[in-house]
Design a protein around this ligand. Structure first.
Ligand code: ZN
Length: 299
């Protein structure tokens, strides 16, 4: 069993047979994984071989009606990629240099590039990188944290969407990402949210949807909002803004070392549409916003 939380406290208790909870910050720590110390960050966790996307993830998407990856890509464009873009542009406008750690099917990175961002997309598995590269004609690389000072402070934003819960050493990774960001750079994350005062037996009784996130060996750390706040603060991100998440049991936030910038809709539109290559991508986002507004009106 892991004897210490990322927060430094060793006041841990058995939450269920697979996870330990830190009494100080509420982080759930996977105590089963033989790869707990190896983790995803060093690219040697065999869980993330090519079957991870081709079999495991595809099976997950098939449960919601996607027959193949074409369906998954279109689903992501009309759902999470649009949602994330809507909120990102309020705080960061192109041109800017950004990196997505764990780009998945690549839709968010693709859209960012269409809007005029200089994007680095990364994924773990070489076969999967090759698939996304061919499918969306975007460059997808592996990701190595930079150790050379000249490569520091090169990004305006880092995105880790549905990735953070896979990291066993979150503080090291966040500190490393902080190093890669410009002083006023932002980090944007989406991850599962451990309910406050979560007792396993009560969640079972309630058949809580959060239980689907208990994936030992894969989701090796799960965070409360308090834990996420402390972790970001510890890594130097003093300014945090939480937005509603797409799924009610996730959290979605943007953090920075400097006060966040804010752009209104006119500013966003003017800036993006000044680039003739971004018009169609912006129109797609505008269509998404109108559809959401219409749906809310009809509700
Ligand atoms: Zn803790």
């Amino acid at each position: 069993m892991n004897q210490q939380c990322w927060c430094g406290r060793d006041d841990l208790h058995a939450w269920n047979t697979e996870y330990t909870m830190c009494r100080s910050c509420g982080t759930l720590i996977d105590n089963t994984s033989e790869y707990n110390a190896a983790y995803v960050e060093n690219f040697c966790n065999p869980l993330y071989d090519q079957d991870y996307w081709y079999k495991k993830m595809l099976q997950e998407y098939q449960k919601i009606g996607c027959k193949n990856f074409d369906d998954v890509i279109l689903y992501h464009f009309r759902e999470r990629a649009a949602y994330w873009m809507h909120y990102l542009l309020k705080h960061l406008l192109p041109p800017a240099t950004v990196i997505e750690i764990g780009c998945g099917v690549g839709t968010f990175a693709y859209w960012l590039r269409q809007l005029g961002f200089d994007v680095t997309a990364t994924e773990l598995n070489p076969a999967w990188r090759s698939f996304v590269r061919k499918k969306l004609a975007i460059e997808v690389s592996d990701y190595q944290l930079s150790s050379s000072p000249e490569n520091c402070a090169r990004y305006d934003a880092v995105f880790m969407m549905d990735v953070f819960e896979h990291l066993a050493n979150p503080l090291d990774m966040t500190a490393a990402l902080c190093n890669e960001l410009k002083e006023d750079g932002i980090i944007m994350l989406q991850m599962p949210q451990v309910p406050d005062d979560a007792e396993y037996s009560r969640l079972l009784e309630q058949k809580a949807s959060f239980l689907r996130y208990l994936l030992p060996g894969e989701h090796v750390r799960l965070y409360t909002v308090l834990a996420a706040r402390r972790l970001m603060m510890r890594a130097g991100f003093r300014y945090m803004l939480f937005y509603p998440s797409i799924f009610h049991d996730d959290m979605f936030f943007i953090a920075s070392r400097r006060p966040l910038k804010y752009y209104d809709d006119d500013m966003i539109r003017q800036t993006v549409l000044a680039n003739p290559h971004a018009v169609a991508a912006y129109a797609a986002l505008e269509n998404f916003r109108r559809l959401v507004a219409q749906t809310q009106k009809n509700a």
